[in-house]
Design a protein around this ligand. Structure first.
Ligand code: SAM
Length: 208
């Protein structure tokens, strides 16, 4: 990667890290040894997690769908490319990436203390695909440790919010009302207008 692309990357990460700290505020972060970034896209958040938790295992999971890549970089979107790209930057602590599918429940890491999931569930919900959202939430709950945390950052849209909360309750997540705030959507090229977001911190309640 050339110098200017790397600088763009670092600039992008700065904002990501600030948002991450804000999103995890109040959680028992010292307990987070195994961390998953589900629907990691280009792995900006995975990288930020690895910076924030330098002694923890951080794994980015995405279905790496070449047909529908995340629109953050115009580069071939595949597991191989993302691995090469991160390796080139010689980060101190390697982060790993896995090709997995949250809806199908295929190839997901398990025994996680924290799953961070940003701008993914609303995409899955799409045209009111509540079934797919339900599968995704169930699989996330299954791979979290008891008392583990699921932190979600999603667009604040009333119908989606209602469906999401019903599903979180069904799988026994405990959560406070989400924080609502506006955040800009940033790409390396441009900062777009602010969108309304919901931030949930959900705890997987230990089953008796
Ligand atoms: C809008 S991007 C968000 C990327 C990243 N979390 C961020 O905030 O920059 C949504 C990502 O979710 C991934 N995704 C969608 N459905 C998925 C599924 N069923 N399993 C795994 N990843 C999925 C997409 O491939 C895409 O990379």
């Amino acid at each position: 990667m050339d110098e200017s692309a790397y600088k763009q990357f670092l600039d992008r990460i700065k904002f990501e890290q600030e948002e991450l700290r804000e999103d995890l505020k109040g959680l028992p972060t010292h307990e987070f040894k195994r961390i998953g970034d589900f629907g990691c896209g280009w792995g900006f958040v995975t990288w930020s997690l690895a910076q924030e938790f330098p002694t923890s295992d951080c794994v980015g999971v995405d279905r790496f769908d070449f047909e529908k890549p995340p629109y953050l970089f115009e580069m071939g979107f595949s597991l191989e490319n993302i691995q090469i790209w991160y390796k080139q930057k010689e980060i101190e602590k390697p982060i790993s990436f896995i090709q997995g599918d949250i809806i199908i429940g295929e190839n997901l890491p398990n025994g996680l203390d924290l799953i961070y999931c940003k701008r993914v569930m609303f995409n899955i919900f799409g045209d009111e695909k509540k079934n797919e959202l339900s599968h995704a939430i169930n699989h996330i709950s299954q791979v979290l440790k008891p008392n583990g945390w699921f932190c979600l950052i999603e667009i604040n849209e009333p119908y989606f919010k209602t469906s999401l909360e019903e599903l979180l309750i069904q799988v026994n997540f405990e959560f406070m009302p989400p924080r609502c705030l506006y955040r800009p959507y940033r790409t390396p090229e441009k900062t777009y207008e602010k969108y309304p977001y919901l931030i949930y911190q959900c705890k997987k309640v230990k089953q008796e």
